[in-house]
Write a protein that binds this ligand. Structure first.
Ligand code: SF4
Length: 571
């Protein structure tokens, strides 16, 4: 079964903006933090936000002092005025996350309603957004959603009419209903207020539904735009499964189809989409064997561990350190151990995994712990062959790695390394730079020359780049789970600038202070070195900038940079 994911799958910009607003508020608030009504229409995303201490006030009266966040689809103006009054009296802060696209509809109604226009809202009765629109229509309004309802409107309501739509209304129904209203109304102003994101999502859904044999729609059952996507796919005559999570999938019913399309609503997080895709691929005939093999290999820590070992040998050659494979093996087994053990030590990390990945981790818990522990023992054993200084460094690095996510109670406070912003990015790169370069330099009593420092910087920069690219990819999930990574701390742009500057500085330092005469082919050594530092930037541009979220397929591993540096042993 070929699984094709819509390019538009994942949060729309309005939902992402609302999520950012609530997470930003949760990071700075110590008191009550609440949203007035559900922030978005996705139970799984709301569940994770709730774990960050964000509650839902179901009515205006239930709003307590503290911070209240107004959801993406807005609230009635009368409610907003009451909240503002409370804000002026002190005790309450309003964070208005109403999507600007929704606010545009309010402004159209505010412009025409006072001029005597009756407002017809094409939307769903009872939906929070349409109810908010209605509150601005001082000259009367009605919510309709079908051609029949348009025909049934009394003539007196059609003298002077403004037509707007809920931002997630379908384009097709909008056109058909407006045609009826145009025929009947004497004075009519039609404002197509369906937002650009909905428009693009619906167009892509229709195209995708035509080109596949069946469609899976992922999203909240109470999400209006997700329901519309399911209806659209249904109109194309294709079998449709509308699911909130991968557990609801009926894979047996889909496994004989050659191509299945996956659509997702504007409030569906990408990890739920990824999980559905993973289950579809496992349940159906799945992708080709080669793709499966490549994906399994790239998802395992083996590639990373071998790459780290290879990189260690490469940098030793660059610094003209004596050839000793033990150091590479210590680094490789240490990386493997930390990767295996850490994924089980972080309860928040497990919560944020897709259901199938989480199940697989929990099912294989014993095996993962056993393999991780063996790797750690081997790493310590190999370090013992190099001297007690090496053992001590591996022990310190392991203790930091394994306790990083653990909280320690000191008095009333719980302290953990993880809570220190960007600590993961800094700790991981420092630990590998120390084990791969600093420990061998101490062991051989090498002088701490600029050349030696450039080697440390190079390894730290490559490891830092790998970690931050991963963080950038996981930013949305990490933000919800409360992982204080560098991109969350300083933003995407600043993270990229730091990463690229570090890579460029390390390349310049190595070029200035290294002697390339030690290589049989100095030119090739320069090319490999340049490629290893340029690769993370190219990877970032190719797979995180140009392609949209939800697009799957083959991605070369980020660890390739380590291998390029490791190739220095052969030139
Ligand atoms: S669907 Fe459109 S209007 Fe609604 S939150 Fe997203 S961008 Fe804003």
């Amino acid at each position: 079964m070929k699984v094709i994911v819509a390019k538009t799958a994942g949060f729309c910009w309005g939902v992402r903006r609302a999520m950012d607003a609530v997470l930003e508020a949760s990071a700075r608030s110590n008191g009550k933090l609440q949203t007035l009504g559900p922030l978005i229409h996705n139970p799984q995303a709301l569940d994770l936000i709730e774990r960050r201490g964000v509650s839902i006030a179901q009515s205006l009266e239930a709003v307590e002092d503290g911070i209240v966040v107004i959801r993406a689809h807005g609230i009635p103006i009368q409610d907003l005025r009451k909240l503002r009054e409370r804000q002026q009296n002190g005790g309450l802060e309003i964070v208005n996350a109403t999507c600007p696209e929704v606010a545009k509809v309010h402004s159209r109604i505010k412009k025409f309603s006072p001029r005597g226009y009756f407002t017809i809202i094409l939307g769903t009765r009872g939906h929070a957004e349409s109810t908010a629109h209605q509150s601005f229509a001082e000259h009367g309004s009605v919510i309709i959603s079908t051609v029949e309802e348009a025909r049934a409107l009394p003539d007196e309501q059609l003298e002077k009419v403004l037509v707007v739509a809920q931002t997630t209304f379908t384009l097709k129904d909008f056109g058909e209903i407006c045609a009826v209203l145009k025929e009947r109304a004497k004075d009519i102003i039609i404002e197509n207020t369906i937002c650009q994101d909905t428009w693009t999502r619906q167009s892509e859904a229709a195209e995708l539904a035509k080109s596949v044999d069946a469609v899976v729609v992922v999203g909240g059952k109470n999400s209006s735009n997700t329901k519309h996507l399911a209806e659209l796919a249904h109109h194309c005559g294709k079998p449709v499964q509308f699911v909130e999570t991968a557990q609801e999938l009926d894979v047996v019913a889909l496994q004989d189809f050659d191509a299945v399309g996956v659509l997702a609503g504007a409030s569906t997080p990408t990890w739920l989409v990824d999980d559905v895709v993973a289950v579809l691929e496992q349940g159906g005939r799945g992708p080709g064997r080669t793709t499966q093999l490549l994906r399994a290999l790239f998802a395992s820590p083996l590639l990373l561990a071998i790459g780290a070992a290879f990189m260690t040998s490469g940098v030793h050659r660059l610094l003209s350190l004596p050839h000793n494979l033990n150091y590479a093996a210590v680094v490789g087994t240490y990386v493997m151990a930390m990767f295996m053990l850490n994924q089980l030590l972080d309860p928040a990390g497990l919560r944020g995994q897709g259901a199938s990945q989480k199940r697989s981790l929990e099912r294989n818990r014993r095996l993962i712990i056993a393999v991780g522990s063996i790797c750690l023992a081997v790493s310590l054993g190999l370090a013992a062959l190099l001297g007690w200084g090496s053992v001590l460094m591996v022990l310190i690095a392991s203790a930091l790695g394994l306790t990083y996510k653990r909280g320690f109670r000191i008095g009333r406070r719980t302290l953990s390394l993880k809570a220190i912003p960007a600590s993961k990015d800094i700790l991981v790169s420092t630990a590998l730079a120390v084990l791969a370069v600093a420990v061998p330099l101490w062991h051989y009593d090498w002088a701490w020359s600029p050349r030696a420092w450039s080697g440390v910087l190079l390894v730290a920069a490559l490891v830092f780049a790998r970690t931050t690219i991963h963080d950038l990819h996981e930013m949305q999930k990490d933000q919800i789970l409360g992982k204080e990574t560098l991109p969350i701390l300083i933003g995407r742009r600043a993270t990229k600038i730091v990463m690229i500057s570090l890579l460029v500085c390390s390349l310049v330092a190595v070029m200035l202070f290294s002697s390339f005469d030690v290589f049989r082919h100095p030119g090739l050594a320069v090319v490999l070195l340049t490629c290893s530092t340029a690769y993370p930037i190219l990877h970032l541009w190719l797979f995180h900038e140009r392609f949209s979220v939800g697009q799957r397929g083959f991605r070369p591993p980020m660890e390739l940079a380590f291998y390029l540096l490791g190739l220095l042993v052969a030139v």
